[in-house]
Ligand binder design. Sequence first.
Ligand SMILES: NC(=O)c1ccc[n+]([C@@H]2O[C@H](COP(=O)([O-])OP(=O)(O)OC[C@H]3O[C@@H](n4cnc5c(N)ncnc54)[C@H](OP(=O)(O)O)[C@@H]3O)[C@@H](O)[C@H]2O)c1
Length: 249
Amino acid sequence: MVAHSVLITGCNRGLGLEMVKQLTRGNNTPELVIATCRKPKEAQKLNEVAASNKCVKVIQLDVGDESSYSGLVSHVGELVGAHGLNLLINNAGVSPKSTRINMVKWRQMTDTFAVNVVAPLMLTKALLPHLKAAAAQEEGNNLSVKRAAVINISSVLGSIERNDQGGLYPYRCSKVALNAVTKSLSVDLREHNILVASFHPGWVQTDMGGKNAPLRPTESISQLLTQLAQLSELHHGQFLQYDGEQLPW
Ligand SMILES: NC(=O)c1ccc[n+]([C@@H]2O[C@H](COP(=O)([O-])OP(=O)(O)OC[C@H]3O[C@@H](n4cnc5c(N)ncnc54)[C@H](OP(=O)(O)O)[C@@H]3O)[C@@H](O)[C@H]2O)c1
């Protein structure tokens, strides 16, 4: 990974934790990985990674708690300084169990939207000064993760075109809406030279993906990070898969 600094949400387990692990390996590690999670004291695996990698800073963040954003933004500012923040990965997500039309509940819809849609948008808004500061370090109008980028971890289940199974209302609708956030951000942030894209990590063996998923977190994330490092203007505002395949909205 070529970015100087990266902030990832939801690093306690699953794909977020795997991102932190892989970012701290190899030659091209960022100088700073801000790994946020809801309960740092209980994040044993994440704390183990941080203990052996000085570049990892574990910070408390429940993405649904907007009142904590100003404190987070100040803390990030102290860590990144004038370099700004190069890469924000909105990874934290939830997927309620109920799927079919006769089971879906009002609160499932609103709670899922709060974490999967509202939080990535409002957190990006809050961290914009740091992303803009990073983008301003380079001249010209090129786009890259090395310069400044927002990556929203979406899902192919948020592809309207690929939906031939129905159900999963809270999750599907939230990822469709997250993709709309990606698209609007890509338009709004182009003038600031901040790259924005949605990524589907594949169907992966995590608590959310379950044991039957075909991909292991190591496989998904190694390919996803390879793709991130190669992003350019061509990928701005797109919906991509972990292996680089472009997905339909
Ligand atoms: N696994 C798949 O097959 C798959 C497929 C497509 C897309 N995705 C997407 O990939 C992302 C990561 O999923 P995963 O498979 O790693 O899921 P996971 O194993 O269930 O982990 C979810 C992570 O999100 C965190 N989180 C949930 N609500 C949060 C909140 N309010 N504030 C902060 N963190 C919160 C959890 O923290 P706690 O540990 O504190 O609960 C956990 O670290 C999600 O956006 C998901 O939709 C996954």
